[in-house]
Write a protein that binds this ligand. Structure first.
Ligand code: PEP
Ligand code: MN
Length: 385
C-alpha cells in the first residue's frame, strides 16, 4: 500500500511509524521519485488490513496498490523516474540513443561504430562482450577484452556503455567497465541475477522476455527494485508471435501501457524486434512516436562480415539517415536530441580513423591469458556458424 505521511510527523515520528508498520508484518520501501513523504508498505506474509494502517499515528492517507508490482507502479510513484548515467538522463525530455554493434569483435570495429553513432547523436555505446547465442558453436563474445574495448571507445568520446551481463560470475568485470548493466531477454526471469542486481549501484536495462506478459516483465523490474536499486530502464525488444516475416513482433503498444502502469523509463530495441535491416528504421520512428524514452539500435561498420546479427545491423550510412529522421520525429513529440556533429561523408572513414594518434590502443588492455588475445581483439576472430 501507498502511505502518505502526515505533515506534522517529524523525522522521529516517521521512524516510529516505520517501526510500527514492520511490527504489523509490512516491509517498508521508498522510491526516490515518489518523494520523501510517501512510503510503500508491502506485506510479504499474511495480508494486513488497511484500516489497521490508517489508524497509525503519522499516517495521512493509505491507498491499496492495484498490481502485484508495487515499487515499479505509477500508482505508487506518480512522477516519472529519470535515470541519470553521466551527463545523459533517460526518461527526461531527451530521446536517448544507445547504438553500436551487436557483439564487440575488434577495436577497429567498435571505435569506428562509436565515433559514427556519437557524431549522429547517440550518447550511449552498446555492444555485447558476453553473448547469449542460440548455438554453442557461434561466436560467444570477447568477454572481458570486449568490455575493455567498449570502455576505451566510450571514454574517447565521453559516451556511456551499456552491455549485457549473462551471469553473476561476470558482475565484477561489468561493474568495472560498464555504465548500464543489460539483462537480456533470455534472463528476464533469472531471479537470482535480478535480485543480485538489486544490490548494485548501477542502472539496469531490463529487456522484455520473448514470451513475457507486461505484468511478468514489470515483476522482474520489481525484483531489482525490491533489492534497493531503483535505476531500472525497461526495454521492449519484440515478443514471439505468429508473424514469420520478422524475427519477433514489436509490441509498440507496450510503450503507452508501461507508461501508464509504471514510472520507469522505457526504451525500444527495433533491431532485435524485426531482425531485418530494412525494417529497423520504420519501427524506430514508430517507437519514438509511441512515446519511448530512447532507442537501442545495432550498427556495424560492415554488417556483411558481422559475427552476430549482421542481417539486422544498420550500416553507418543507414544509421546517419535514421538519426536525422529520429531527430525530426522527436521534435514532433516534444523531445530533444543532440545535434549532429561534423563527420566524414557516409562511406568515407570517420574523422580520426586514419589518424593513429586518435586511437590509443594502449588504453585497451586485453587480459593476459583470457582466451581473447590481442590478435582476436584486433579483428582476427573467425566468423561463427
Ligand atoms: C542484445 O541486445 O544484444 C540481445 C542479445 O538482445 P535480446 O536479449 O533482446 O535478445
Ligand atoms: Mn544482437
Amino acid at each position: 500500500m501507498k502511505i502518505q505521511i502526515s505533515s506534522d510527523a517529524d523525522a522521529r515520528g516517521v521512524r516510529h511509524l516505520e517501526q510500527q508498520l514492520m511490527a504489523l508484518g509490512l516491509q517498508v520501501y521508498r522510491v526516490p521519485a515518489a518523494g520523501e513523504r510517501v512510503i510503500c508498505a508491502i506485506a510479504t506474509g499474511d495480508p494486513v488490513p488497511i484500516e489497521e494502517v490508517k489508524a497509525l499515528r503519522g499516517v495521512e492517507s493509505v491507498v491499496k496498490l492495484p498490481h502485484e508490482f508495487k515499487l515499479a507502479s505509477r500508482a505508487y510513484c506518480q512522477a516519472s523516474t529519470k535515470v541519470a548515467v553521466g551527463p545523459v538522463e533517460i526518461g527526461g525530455g531527451e530521446m536517448v540513443i544507445m547504438a553500436g554493434p551487436c557483439a564487440v569483435e575488434s577495436e577497429e570495429q567498435v571505435f569506428s561504430a562509436a565515433r559514427h553513432v556519437y557524431a549522429h547523436g547517440a550518447r550511449i555505446l552498446r555492444g555485447g562482450a558476453f553473448k547469449p547465442r542460440t548455438s554453442p558453436y557461434s561466436f560467444q563474445g570477447l568477454g572481458v577484452t570486449g568490455l575493455r574495448i567498449l570502455r576505451a571507445a566510450a571514454d574517447e568520446l565521453g559516451m556511456a556503455v551499456v552491455s549485457e551481463i549473462m551471469d553473476l560470475s561476470q558482475l565484477d568485470d561489468c561493474m568495472k567497465y560498464v555504465d548500464i548493466l543489460q539483462v537480456g531477454a533470455r534472463n528476464v526471469q533469472n531471479f537470482t541475477l535480478l535480485s543480485a542486481l538489486g544490490k548494485v549501484d548501477k542502472p539496469v536495462l531490463l529487456k522484455r522476455g520473448m514470451a513475457s506478459t507486461i505484468d511478468e516483465w514489470l515483476m522482474s523490474a520489481e525484483y531489482i527494485m525490491a533489492g534497493g536499486n531503483h535505476r531500472v530502464i525497461v526495454c521492449e525488444r519484440g515478443i514471439r508471435a505468429h508473424n514469420t516475416y520478422t524475427r519477433n513482433t514489436l509490441d509498440l503498444a507496450a510503450v503507452p501501457v508501461v507508461k501508464q502502469l509504471s514510472h520507469l523509463p522505457i526504451v525500444v530495441d527495433p533491431s532485435h524486434a524485426v531482425g531485418v535491416r530494412s525494417m529497423v528504421a520504420p519501427m524506430a520512428l514508430a517507437a519514438v512516436a509511441s512515446g519511448a524514452d530512447g532507442l537501442l539500435i545495432e550498427v556495424h561498420p560492415k554488417p556483411e562480415i558481422a559475427l552476430c546479427d549482421g542481417k539486422q545491423s544498420l550500416t553507418p550510412e543507414l544509421f546517419a539517415d535514421l538519426a536525422g529522421k529520429i531527430r525530426e520525429t522527436a521534435r514532433v513529440v516534444g523531445r530533444t536530441m543532440p545535434d549532429r556533429l561534423d563527420v566524414a561523408e557516409p562511406g568515407r572513414p570517420d574523422p580520426g580513423s586514419a589518424d593513429p594518434g586518435r586511437v590509443d590502443p594502449g588504453r585497451v588492455d586485453p587480459e593476459p591469458g583470457s582466451g581473447a588475445s590481442k590478435s582476436a581483439a584486433k579483428g582476427a576472430v573467425r566468423k561463427g556458424h
